[in-house]
Design a protein around this ligand. Structure first.
Ligand code: NAI
Ligand code: MG
Length: 329
């Protein structure tokens, strides 16, 4: 029995969460779901977007499923990442059948440092403008690189590429690159490589298959992972994991999509794939493959799918179809 915190949040976050829980209900694995509040709607009622009670519920759980917040996203998800020290942002970029992809065999993972870099929050006005401080530490660089190599070992991936701009950002990215090669010495079975971020941005479009795992600093990872989303069919399909020493939080990359909200037509795939990542995190790999396979079948058949995938099914109709295949697997 796993204790799972569930934060549906706002807009389509609530809808894709309901759809995903409906499918997990058919799992052989037992979950105890503990619902927690956060987001715009909760803030309208109470004045605070993320109550301490929610942070406590997440801390007492083995994993957390998060839907989406609206305008309060920075106060909710960024705060949760900090409170729980979720130092890894893991985003698989994988082309599924039946979706609009530039290439149909893309399959790589971006491991983004989630706590420092140019998002350190240290910004100040100067006499003529402003400056932002790009914080790169040995500690955070080493732990994110170690995570990337351990993740490669665990998932059978063969190559880790460090992405940086050490030719210009000599000190900060020099430290990042040094830590990468220091950690790499412990993982001799895995191929290593490093590239500049600007060239990487181009190669992701022209030769995405040269990448297996990319490990990079906060801002570069943020930008490259949205580029990755564009490569494989858009926001309705992209899950993510935020991982710390003792905690994992799994969420679709998309937000509350106010224009879609309330209509029941959002694509639940990104949330379902976030649940797949949660199952893998809990080492329930067999169940993860079962759920992923059920979704892939529905995507490939392209019959009972939502409007963004060319169909006319509702969120819950598509979820019911995935559930049917999941039970049969
Ligand atoms: P968004 O991701 O909510 O939506 C952008 C567009 O992508 C939508 O209009 C829709 O066309 C499409 N889309 C997104 N998810 C979809 C799905 N599941 N199925 C089908 N189409 C989908 O981003 P936007 O519009 O920039 O932000 C809306 C709100 O969400 C804002 O208040 C923002 O602050 C918040 N947000 C929250 C995030 C979080 O909680 N982690 C992340 C990103 C935005
Ligand atoms: Mg982003």
């Amino acid at each position: 029995m796993y204790k799972i915190a569930v934060i549906p949040g706002d807009g389509i976050g609530k809808e894709v969460m309901e759809a995903t829980l409906h499918i997990l209900d058919a799992s052989d694995i037992e979950f105890e779901f503990k619902f927690a509040d956060a987001g715009d709607e909760y803030a309208e009622k109470t004045g605070i977007p993320l109550p301490q009670e929610t942070i406590d519920i997440v801390k007492q759980s083995q994993a957390c499923l998060f839907g989406a917040a609206g305008e309060s996203a920075a106060d909710v998800i960024v705060k949760l990442r900090r409170e729980l020290d979720l130092f890894v942002n893991l985003r698989p970029v994988k082309a599924y059948p039946g979706t609009k992809c530039i290439f149909d065999d893309v399959d790589f993972v971006i491991v983004r440092e989630n706590t420092e870099g140019l998002y350190s929050g240290i910004e100040e006005y100067t006499e003529d403008g402003a400056t932002a401080v790009r914080v790169i530490t040995n500690k955070a660089s080493e732990r994110i690189c170690r995570f990337a190599f351990e993740y490669a070992e665990k998932t059978g991936r063969k190559k880790v590429t460090a992405v940086h701009k050490a030719n210009v950002l000599k000190k900060t990215d020099g430290i990042f690159k040094n830590n990468f090669y220091k950690v790499a010495e412990e993982f001799t079975e895995i191929e290593t490589d490093d590239r500049y971020v600007d060239a990487t941005a181009m190669f992701l479009i022209t030769h995405p298959n040269m990448f297996d795992i990319i490990v990079t600093t906060n801002l570069f990872g943020d930008i490259l992972s949205d580029e990755g989303a564009g490569l494989v069919g858009g926001l309705g399909l992209i899950p993510s994991a935020n991982i710390g020493e003792n905690q994992g939080l799994f969420e679709p990359v998309h937000g509350s999509a106010p224009r879609l909200a309330g209509k029941g037509i959002a694509n639940p795939s990104a949330m379902i794939l976030s649940a797949v990542m949660m199952l893998d995190y809990l080492d329930e790999n067999e169940e993860a493959r079962k759920l992923e396979k059920a979704l892939i079948t529905v995507l490939r058949e392209n019959k009972v799918v939502t409007a963004d995938l060319g169909g006319d099914a509702t969120t819950m109709e598509m979820a019911a179809e995935v559930k049917t295949k999941f039970v049969r697997e």
